[in-house]
Design a binder for this molecule. Sequence first.
Ligand code: SF4
Length: 380
Amino acid sequence: MAEPNSLDVAAARRESMMSHRADSGQVALVFPIHSPRALLAAFRMLPVEAWGPKNADASLGGTHLQAYVCSIAQRNLAFVLGDRLRPGDIDLIVAPHACDSLQGLASLLLDLTPPRVPVFPLYQPRGTRESDINFYAAELMALSERLADLVGWRPSDDELLAAVREDEEADRLLKYLSQAREHLGVSLRELYALLRSREYLSAARFGELARRRLSAAGLDPDATFERAPAGSSGGYRVPLILSGIVPEPDLLFDHLESGGAWVAADDLACCGRRLYPPGQSERPFRRMAERLINGPPDPTRGSPIAARAEHLLALARETGAKGVVFYTVKFCEPELFDIPSLTSRLSEAGLASLVIEVDIGQPLSHQSETRIEAFLEMLP
Ligand code: SF4
């Protein structure tokens, strides 16, 4: 298969889908942010995520959605309705209700502009209480019943648990790669092509790839990664935390690196906010729910701003990061509601921050480039 760090991500994604189809599996297109990967895998479905595909005709989304809906929702709609998605590419769509934009998109697809394949919404809890675990476990069970109706069979509890454990192992390796990034000998572009391959590779194939990459870097994939003390990795680059939704376009990485910066950790919706810990329960649906509920703070899950600030400050202490770049999508309410209080708390704690708003699918603006350069220059 095309290795994701070859940077031809579109080819790697298509190869993953075709290879899964060749094994008689189905393909599920999954909208952001939190995908029920293990449940889909137990049904032999490959979850392939859509974060506002670049090749979608954005104007098609605009014919159905208001101009103030974010570009990820606009492009996802355009992708589903347009001719980039060929008949037979996908078998179903799963639409987690991460935010009002995605909830509206799911309603649109269910009621007004149905695509060629079935659409399954999935509600997410907004807290971390016992009732939230029970709620999400029940949602996953309901989705499981609908998937069983679609395919005509259902996995046993043992098969579900096996899928959860495989997903946990893939996420352990994903976290390892993310934490050991300094040791991989790759550029930021290559690093994020590798981390984001979790969005379209099966857990097993991602696990194989991660193991290969860790071994090639002289790291033991089965060990626990021990991070060196902050600031001990040479200090010739300015370490930053990248927060926000998705790090696109890739030119962002080139610009950061040419300015002498390095993303030492991230709090991105597509990466760092999905480094879920293993679950505890032996009941598969509860275990899947525990994983999400105990994941890193995320505004779309209703995490308190104080918890988000503490998480970012802890990342900065661990990595020696000098500042946080909030790289947000225009009109993203969950992000934008938090940012004033969050940046103010970080500033009180001595951590500088910069807020950049972008439209997915658009080039990095000169204004954004200049603001990043100015931010890097003012960091200690
Ligand atoms: S960018 Fe924000 S508003 Fe848009 S889909 Fe993602 S979370 Fe929702």
